[in-house]
Design a protein. Structure first.
Length: 605
């Protein structure tokens, strides 16, 4: 049994055990419901009997009954919380299993608030959207974390130092299964939906005009001390009613501030729940020191503790937002503010802390989102133990050397992997082959694994060694009725963009993937245009692969040393087309278009 199957079997056993545990706890919960009913009825009966017998006995019975019922309810609530925790943990494990099996129906689709509309390479390689790489990997607990993961995957201009930094943390976290699951469980327990830090960031961005004058608190405190002192002295007839005049001055000052206090406390009430959720996750990371993961520990330290201590500052912020919640009770608010300038004090503290945290909180939230990305990718690594981290070349150029390269969005039982290498600088592959033979999927396999490598993730290969490239694709070309753009013109525009990309100032060579070049026009012009275009590409600083049905293009390899031919083939067995989806060297020796038409019942003569 290989490691993947072993991990799959282990996950299924965990799910079975969790299901059994939940069933056991549900039965126990049902018994608790009965206990609550019995305790309640017994308590009522004993209390009534006690009061009918004698007053003191009734009060004793009432006290004992309330205590017994409270203990029963508390115990039941603790049990229900435990059931909720196990249920959420079960769902997490089920989703992990679905990701291993690529069972799309049971993998929650991430919601991107602003999905990119013009990111062609992302669409070509199915990097985001439904049933995409992002869909498969993403276990982020916030909208922003999910969006950042999308940005990770669509970073087509990689940096080696960044890749190695990410690889190090992801390697460490991939072995920390319990930590990752606890992090996800913590998020599920504090919120049913994905978290959103937009309110917090908007609050920080909005420069409030409700600033609290520095003199307001000390003046108010002095006025309170004076009128309370005068009030006490007036009761001993030492002073008259002068305390009331001082009280009116304070009341006027307090009233003039109420509009500002109302706005500040309203913001605090809205923020309190959001801050509580994000604080809980940051506290969780701070309280889980993974000593065996130095890269992760350093990342957490630099993110949350090096400049400002995130835990201490967020605790202070939560105390203030909780304190301002007192204003929601108007009677209590009035009583408290008579004896202490409560609103002025905490609103001032809120504004001061807001000013202090204006840069820190966005930084903390960004780092928390980054951690979500690392957890998502580490989880992907753990669920695919046969995937491997690529070797990123430092000095070699034009390198792409792979063994058993596959597509991570294809289920294992039908996936075919290929060995493939490009060792010449500025090498161009011309890949020919029959319809449905696997040319497009192979191009996507190269592109998707390059994106995984740039992200710092493991790739679907036994081995992958590659140089850094800027990735460019032309695979899923679409026409546009609304813009009046035909399929062929859309393809021409995209291929023009590739030539323009070579003309831009770049630090890395371009790696291009072009599927069915110029298929939107007639055979004669397609062949002429394709020959000229591929020749032009061979003169530029880049490498890549071009698929085509035009077998005449394979002769370019005789003219240009940088061009190499590969192909996919098929066999006819019992009047059925059989594909092996394996990459072979050289031009394709067969064609199958007429055969497919014939097998489908269409006339071919």
């Amino acid at each position: 049994m290989n490691l993947y199957n072993s991990r799959l079997e282990y996950s299924e056993k965990i799910i079975e055990k969790l299901s059994q545990r939940i069933n056991f706890l549900n039965k126990r919960s049902n018994r608790f419901s009965l206990y609550r009913f019995i305790v309640f009825i017994s308590g009522v009966a004993l209390t009534v009997a006690g009061f009918l017998t004698s007053g003191p006995a009734g009060w004793i019975a009432l006290f004992i009954s309330l205590a017994a019922f409270s203990i029963t309810v508390h115990s039941h609530n603790m049990l229900l919380t435990g059931i909720k925790r196990f249920y959420n943990y079960l769902n997490i494990k089920k989703q992990h299993l679905s990701r291993m099996k690529i069972d799309w129906e049971n993998i929650p689709e991430p919601v991107l608030e602003n999905p990119p509309e013009d990111l062609t390479t992302g669409k070509d390689l199915d990097l985001f959207g439904k049933r995409s790489l992002h869909h498969l990997i993403d276990v982020s607990v916030s909208f922003e974390g999910s969006a950042m993961l999308k940005n990770f995957l669509t970073d087509f201009k990689p940096d080696r130092k960044t890749i190695l930094f990410r690889q190090n943390i992801i390697r460490e976290l991939s072995s920390q299964t319990l930590f990752r699951d606890k992090f996800l469980l913590k998020a599920r327990m504090i919120s049913k939906k994905q978290l959103h830090c937009g309110k917090i960031l908007n609050w920080l961005k909005n420069d409030t005009d409700e600033a609290i004058p520095a003199y307001l608190f000390p003046v108010s405190l002095i006025l309170i001390i004076i009128y309370l002192t005068l009030f006490i002295l007036s009761n001993f007839e030492i002073t008259g009613s002068s305390w009331f005049a001082v009280f009116l001055i304070y009341f006027f000052l307090y009233s003039s501030f109420q509009k500002k206090a109302g706005k500040i406390s309203e913001e605090a009430a809205e923020l309190d729940n959001q801050i509580k959720k994000f604080s809980a996750l940051i506290f969780f990371t701070g309280n889980h020191n993974l000593n065996e993961s130095p890269g992760y520990s350093e990342f957490i330290s630099n993110s949350f503790f090096k400049k400002n201590n995130a835990i201490e500052k967020l605790k202070s912020l939560r105390k203030i937002t909780s304190a301002l919640a007192l204003r929601e009770n108007p009677i209590l608010r009035l009583i408290v503010n008579i004896f202490f300038p409560y609103d002025i004090y905490f609103c001032g503290k809120m504004n001061k802390l807001k000013s202090e945290l204006k840069e820190s909180i966005p930084f903390w939230l960004e780092k928390l989102n980054e951690l979500e990305c690392y957890i998502s990718i580490a989880n992907f690594s753990f669920l695919n133990p046969d995937y491997n981290f690529p070797e990123i070349c430092e000095d070699e150029k034009g390198k792409f050397e792979s063994a058993k390269l596959g597509h991570p969005l294809i289920k294992r039982e039908v996936k075919i992997c290929n060995d493939f290498s490009m060792n010449k600088e500025n090498e161009i592959l011309i890949i020919t082959g029959s319809n449905m033979s696997g040319k497009s999927t192979f191009l996507k396999s190269i592109g998707v694994n390059m994106c995984l490598a740039n992200t710092g993730a493991p790739v679907n290969a036994d081995h992958l060694k590659l140089s850094l490239f800027e990735l460019f694709t032309c695979i899923k070309v679409n026409d546009s009725v609304s813009d009046g753009i035909s399929y062929f013109y859309a393809e021409v525009k995209r291929l023009r963009e590739l030539l323009d990309e070579f003309g831009n100032e770049r630090h890395l060579p371009v790696f291009f993937l072009i599927d069915e070049i110029f298929k939107g026009t007639n055979n004669k012009e397609r062949l002429q245009g394709s020959r000229a275009y591929i020749k032009r590409l061979s003169e530029l600083n880049g490498c890549g692969a071009v698929t085509t049905h035009d077998l005449e293009l394979v002769y370019l390899a005789d003219e240009i040393n940088k061009i190499t031919n590969y192909h996919f083939r098929e066999e006819i067995e019992n009047d059925k087309m059989v594909f092996d989806y394996l990459l072979h060297k050289g031009p394709c020796p067969t064609t199958n278009a007429l055969r497919i038409m014939e097998l489908s019942g269409l006339p071919v003569k």
